[in-house]
Write a new protein. Structure first.
Length: 69
C-alpha cells in the first residue's frame, strides 16, 4: 500500500491526525500489513494471532512494583 493509499484510509476513517502522526502511521504500515495477512488469512490458528508475538514479561515487574504499598 502506498503512502497516498494510507492517507486516503485515514481520511475515510475521519481521523484527525497531525502530519507527524500521519507519517508515523505510514512508517508503521510495514508492521500492520503482515499482521492483517496473518489474522485474515486461511491459517487462523491461535499462534497466528498478534497477541502471541507480544511478550508482557518485561512489564510484569513494573506492575508488581506498582502494586506494592
Amino acid at each position: 500500500m502506498t503512502p497516498v493509499d494510507i492517507e486516503v484510509l485515514i481520511r475515510r476513517a475521519r481521523l484527525r491526525l497531525s502530519p507527524e502522526q500521519t507519517e508515523q502511521v505510514i512508517r508503521g504500515w510495514r508492521f500492520i500489513e503482515p499482521m492483517l495477512a496473518r489474522v485474515r488469512g486461511d491459517n487462523r490458528y491461535r499462534t497466528s494471532e498478534p497477541a502471541h508475538i507480544f511478550h508482557a514479561d518485561a512489564y510484569l515487574a513494573q506492575t508488581t512494583d506498582m502494586e506494592k504499598p
